[in-house]
Structure formats: structure tokens, C-alpha cells
Write a protein that binds this ligand. Sequence first.
Ligand SMILES: [Zn+2]
Length: 246
Amino acid sequence: VIQCFSPNWNERPPGCDIDLVVLHYTGMQTGDEALARLCDPEAEVSAHYMIEEDGTVFQLVPEEKRAWHAGVSSWCGRDNINHYSIGIELVNPGHEFGYRAFPDRQIDSLLEVLAGIKSRHFIPCNGYIGHSDIAPDRKTDPGELFPWHILSKEGFGVCADTEGHSQTVLLRDGESGAEFEKLNMDLAMLGYSIPSEEAVGPATHALISAFQSHWRQSRVTGYYDVGTAAVLSDLVEKMQEIRNLR
Ligand SMILES: [Zn+2]
């Protein structure tokens, strides 16, 4: 791990335990460019770690300090996710500059960083999340190519057992009612913050896209369909089981 300290951090508020890990992609042409920005006092952004595509790990901010990666965000009923989280940036050009698969060496290094974090902090199974999960209306990183299933296999987070391929739409634009309420309740149980929309509209589509790019990556449509519903109910069941065991 290469220490490359960023000036962009402050203290966590008293009593804020670390219980979330937020994954990002850098969304810039090169890792060098991203590293320069994450350490530039004028940019006012940072993360605790940045991991290059070749697997090199940079530590930019000590874990106990508050890094500036999440922005306006919420998860499990709490806002300001920077208070509670460790932020990890994965070098990838992102959807704007040529989104591509995350190489094995990069993911292997990430797994090592996560194992260290897990040994130091209690992270619940829905505490390994992407930037898009906590800010679905603004962010799409780390995106549908990020291998969440590998993380879950190694004990970091949960994945559904079903692939959820069916694209038969269950809720169309402007629809509300019991199905819409159940969708929102299930998403809230996973941790998502529910938009104040009274029926399916742009905010609901953004939320469903965020859910799909994490848990139903084969088809990110923004629509609530049969496959998405199957994945979501499988996850809700698993979360309930885990909570009952505790
Ligand atoms: Zn991000």
C-alpha cells in the first residue's frame, strides 16, 4: 500500500461508528489524473483508498478520518454518508470515457483492502454499497460491470440466488397502488432512501436503475419487471434471515 496523503478530510462527528464501505469508479481518463484530483486541495474531494487497474493500492486518508467522496447521500435512513463510511475509488474511465471491466488484479487488491476493513470495523451485509446506491439520482458508479458477486462470495455483502432475466414490466409510468408501495418498502428494507414520488416517475426509474446496476446487472432498464421483483424478494428474504440470526 502506497501512502499518498490527501489534504481533503476532516474529523468524523463524535459517536459516528464506521459501518459502511462505499465503492466508486474514478471516471477519469487515467489513474494519475484521478490521484492528482483526489489530492488537490481545490477539488475538495478524496477517498480513503484508490486502487489502480494493475492492483496498486494508494491510501489517501486514514480510516478514522472523514474523507469526502459521497456528497449528498443517504442509506438506511441516515444522510451524509461520509460520516459513517470508508470510501474506495477504483480506477476506471467510467461511463463517460469508456467504461470497461474491472481487471482481476484490481479486484484481488480490493478484496485484501476489504478484509482489512472487516477486521477493524463491523460492516453489516447491506453495508457494502456503491455510490449509485446512496445517490441514485446523481451517480452511476461503480456501475453494472462491477463484480459484486465476487465480493459476496468472499463474505462482503449479499447477492441474490436468482438471475432475474424476465423483463415483463410490472409497473408502468404513472402507476401507483399496492405493488408500488411494496416495491418501495422492499427497497427501503435493503437500505435505499425512497423518493417522495406518488407514482412511478423519473425518481423511481433512477432508483430502480441503481438497484439493478448492483443486484440485477444483466439488464439495467430502470423498469420494475418480473426479474427485478424476483431478485429483490430473494434479497429481502436473505436480509431477514440474517437479522433473525443476530
Ligand atoms: Zn463516486
